[in-house]
Write a protein that binds this ligand. Structure first.
Ligand SMILES: Nc1ncnc2c1ncn2[C@@H]1O[C@H](COP(=O)(O)OP(=O)(O)OP(=O)(O)O)[C@@H](O)[C@H]1O
Ligand SMILES: [Mg+2]
Length: 233
């Protein structure tokens, strides 16, 4: 999982500061390095700056200070897939995510490939409103894959899903991050602490800063015992 010294890490964040208007900074001297492909998880209490950080990495916001060095193409996946699926059918939505300059045959192939990668093969014509919540989240991930993203920024992607769909989405991302050819890098934010057991590294975000990587099991131990009701929302 750890790259050779000559390889660039997928993501490096140094001294990042960002404030929303006049409010105290949401991120202050925030540092993070993802050393290589794999599934990396961030946890932290409400308002600690996790979503703000993902938006900065995705380029939707500009930092007030600091640097973001990203050697991968990032794509955001939100908690609620309805906020990012825009067109009526699965195929048309994925078409929107494709890079420019492809022939119509290549576009159709890319869409079919992205659907197959997330377990939705053959659903090009399916209206999106007929998909289950878990299938919609898979389609949102397919959109990220269709865009050729290699760094997936997942903001509580399982928060709205039932346990089976949650496990399915987690399995899917885990598989994409551990495949033998061109494994992806994922930065996954969660309040569902049991998910930490599946990650390659986990870190705690507090008041706009991120602690060191540790194993998911170790972070779980360090976080326990949690106050009643804080493990899940
Ligand atoms: N669009 C916005 N406008 C103004 N302030 C914002 C905006 N988005 C976030 N903030 C503020 O930035 C701080 C960090 O918020 P952020 O959403 O990044 O936290 P979070 O760790 O993702 O929280 P949660 O676990 O609830 O999702 C909070 O004080 C929040 O109120
Ligand atoms: Mg958030």
């Amino acid at each position: 999982m750890t790259p050779s010294p000559t390889e660039q890490p997928p993501l490096s964040v140094e001294g990042l500061r960002f404030g929303w208007g006049q409010a105290p900074p949401a991120l202050r001297d925030c540092r993070l390095e993802i050393p290589g492909p794999g599934l990396w998880m961030l946890v932290g209490s409400n308002g600690s700056g996790k979503s703000t950080l993902l938006r900065l990495i995705a380029g939707l916001l500009s930092p007030d200070a600091g640097r973001i060095l990203c050697s991968c193409k990032p794509a955001l996946v939100f908690q609620n897939p309805d906020h990012q699926l825009l067109l009526p059918s699965c195929g048309s939505d994925l078409q929107l995510a494709l890079p420019e300059g492809l022939s119509s045959g290549e576009r159709a192939d890319r869409v079919a490939q992205a659907l197959a990668q997330v377990g939705l093969a053959g659903l090009e014509q399916r209206p999106i409103h007929t998909l289950s919540g878990g299938q919609k989240q898979r389609l949102a991930i397919a959109g990220a894959l269709a865009s050729s993203a290699t760094l997936l920024l997942l903001d509580e992607p399982t928060a709205l899903l039932d346990p089976d769909s949650q496990a399915g989405v987690l399995d899917l991302i885990h598989r994409l991050c551990h495949r033998s050819s061109a494994p992806l890098t994922a930065l996954w934010i969660t309040h569902r602490l049991e998910e930490l057991r599946r990650c390659d590294g986990a870190a705690l975000m507090q008041a706009g800063r991120i602690g060191p990587w540790q194993s998911g099991e170790s972070l779980l131990r360090n976080l326990a015992p949690l106050p009643a009701g804080s493990a899940e929302r």
